[in-house]
Ligand binder design. Structure first.
Ligand SMILES: *Cc1c(COP(=O)(O)O)cnc(C)c1O
Length: 376
């Protein structure tokens, strides 16, 4: 079976060489804009490409405001600070995610509380969220949501759109509104994904994108906060620019800020990449269609986009029948120069987050060890 599987992967990719999980491509204006940025001497955190990249992202996602940052993790950190996550708080998120989601929560002095994932889209499950809040939370007389047993404030909820598949965002929003919890979307993997024609990252109060080298578009390294209001955008901008006051000549900083700005040379590459987003997504979707046709022959379940959504299929994902099958596939493909990857270790199993609250995480526990990401 494994030989046939590998042969099929090679035929699809049309190569006998190494096959990568994901590879960035730079077929557009990347070099031209990069040269232009260097020639202009504006290579650092101020420059026209940063403004152009932010404006273009606003147009593409229809987010009212977009603020470029040095990484996706930095974007998450300042977005969480902006919605008011502070020391001693709890932030609800999912156990199946990249560790950056939890780290950003930790940087705010808060702790993650893990709620189970939806077996269809691997994002936070709105029903599990509702059950957990009903059982463990209350709303105090200042309209803050609090955890009953510890009285800690539950100051944000961060669903993640896993592998670019949109989570059940409308239901999640409804539960969060009911419980007065600001929703921040970790859309790091989901640029180009939509629910009913609306870009992921624009449903919550804020959304976060990443442009690391392995994402659907890259700036080398970088991120973006999508904000719904000018007030939130101004706060994000302030925090990412070392809290520098711009209204006088005093070089005055009015709080502890961060140097989280995106350099102009990264934005130059980002703008050129963004111009090709539709093309990149179309190619990923065409590849997904191919996988969908033949994966079942090997007893693998192709993970399709949820109803009403248009996914970017950033990383093609399959569910294996067992952990043993998953492990064999990983070993055999990798031994044959084909890059495949298991899902992340669940967050509540990492040493720094193993003491965190969780709801049992039945679905995540059963599914995670059977997931495999295939060359995308
Ligand atoms: C990539 C990613 C991030 C941010 O990563 P950076 O490398 O800091 O840009 C955050 N969350 C998830 C789920 C990611 O996949």
């Amino acid at each position: 079976m494994y030989d046939a599987f590998i042969a099929q992967l090679r035929e699809q990719a049309g190569t006998k060489e190494r096959i990568a999980l994901h590879q960035p491509v730079f077929p557009g204006n990347e070099k031209q804009y990069l040269n232009d940025a260097i020639d202009s001497t504006f290579v650092s955190s101020v420059g026209p490409y940063v403004d152009k990249f932010e404006a273009a992202m606003s147009v593409v996602t229809r987010a009212p405001c977009a603020i470029a940052t040095s990484t996706g993790t930095a974007a998450l950190h300042v977005a969480l600070k902006t919605v008011g996550v502070g020391s001693g708080d709890l932030v609800i998120t999912q156990p199946l995610t990249f560790v950056a989601t939890c780290n950003a929560i930790h940087y705010c002095g808060a702790e993650p509380a893990f709620v189970d994932i939806d077996p269809q889209n691997f994002g936070l499950d709105p029903h599990a969220l509702e059950r957990w809040l009903d059982e463990y939370a209350y709303i105090d007389d200042q309209e803050n949501c609090r955890h009953r047993a510890t009285n800690k404030k539950i100051s944000a909820c961060v669903p993640m759109h896993s592998f670019g598949l949109p989570a059940a965002i409308l239901l999640l929003l409804k539960v969060c509104e009911q419980w007065r919890i600001p929703l921040v979307e970790d859309a790091a993997e989901a640029l180009g994904s939509e629910f009913r024609g609306q870009a992921m990252g624009t449903f919550g109060r804020m959304g976060v994108l990443s442009f690391n080298g392995n994402k659907i578009i890259t700036t080398g390294g970088g991120g973006m906060v999508l904000a719904q209001t000018p007030e939130d955008a101004a706060r994000v901008k302030h925090l990412t620019t070392t809290a520098k006051r711009l209204d006088d000549f005093a070089m005055f900083h009015d709080e502890v800020g961060f140097n989280y700005r995106m350099p102009n040379i990264n934005a130059a590459v980002g703008l050129a990449q963004l111009e090709q987003l539709n093309n990149f997504v179309a190619r990923k979707r065409a590849l997904a269609k191919q996988y969908q046709q033949w994966l079942p022959e090997f007893g693998l379940q192709f993970v399709d986009e949820p109803a009403d959504t248009h996914a970017n299929f950033w990383l093609i994902t399959a569910v294996c029948q067992s952990k043993q099958q998953r492990d064999m596939l990983l070993t055999q493909t990798q031994a044959n120069g084909i890059e495949t990857r298991p899902a992340w270790a669940l967050m509540h199993r990492l040493p720094m987050y193993q003491h965190c609250l969780h709801d049992g995480l039945t679905v995540a526990t059963q599914l995670a060890e059977r997931l495999i990401n295939l060359p995308s």
